[in-house]
Design a protein around this ligand. Sequence first.
Ligand code: C5J
Length: 241
Amino acid sequence: MANARGFSRGIIVAEPEPVELDWSKTALVIIDMQRDFMEPGGFGETLGNDVSQLARAVKPISAVLAAARDNGIAVIHTREGHLPDLSDAPPAKIERGAPSLRIGDPGPMGRILIRGEAGHDIIPELYPLAGEIVIDKPGKGAFYATALDQTLQKHGIENLLVCGVTTEVCVNTTVREANDRGYRCVVISDGCASYFPEFHEMGLKMIKAQGGIFGWVADSAAVLQAIYPTTQKTLAAGASR
Ligand code: C5J
C-alpha cells in the first residue's frame, strides 16, 4: 500500500546504515509520553528528576506523529502504570529508593502512576486520536505483560519507529524486547529524552553499536525525509503544522 503521497517504501538515513522500510508494515510507537513523566508533581519528579529535560522530545514526536497520521502509518501509544489495587506492581518496584511519593500515593495529578488518574494520561500535545492503539503496560518494556506482540502481528507490522521517554529506561527496554522478537526498530533520536542527558546519548549508542545490535538510530528530519521524500522542507521537526 502506498502512502498518501504515493510512496510505499522509504529509505531512512540512519546509523549505523540507511534502512529501507515498507510503510504498510511499519508502526510508530510512542513510549510513555505521560504527564507522570513529563510534568511537575508526577512520578518522574517524585523520584527527584528534573522533568524539564524531557520537553525537547515533544516537537520532534509531534512532527513524526502528524506524518504518520497523514500517511496511514499505524500509531501505537504506550502508558506505564498500575491497577488501582497495585496487584500488578511488584513490591520491589514500589519500595525502591526514597521518592517523595511512592507509586499509588496521592499526588497533585491523582495517585502516582495509577491507571485512570490524570497523571497517568498522555500529554495533550500528543494525545491519541480515536482508533489509535493505546497499550497499558505495568513494566518498562512495552511487550512485558501486554498484548503488543499479538497486536503488531495482527496488523502485519515488521518495523517500529520508536520514540518517547525515557531513552535508557522504557525506550531501550522496549527496543531490546522488540529486537528479540524480530522487529526492525528505528529509534528517533530527538524524539527520545532522558532526565540524564548522558544516559540519552549512551542509550542511543547502545542501540546502534556493533552494526546496530538492537536497531537503527535516526533523527526526526531523516524519518520525515523518508516519509515525504519530495516535501520534507515544509514538514521539518518543529515547523508549525
Ligand atoms: C521510567 C519510563 N523511567 N517510561 N519509565 O521509570 O522510562
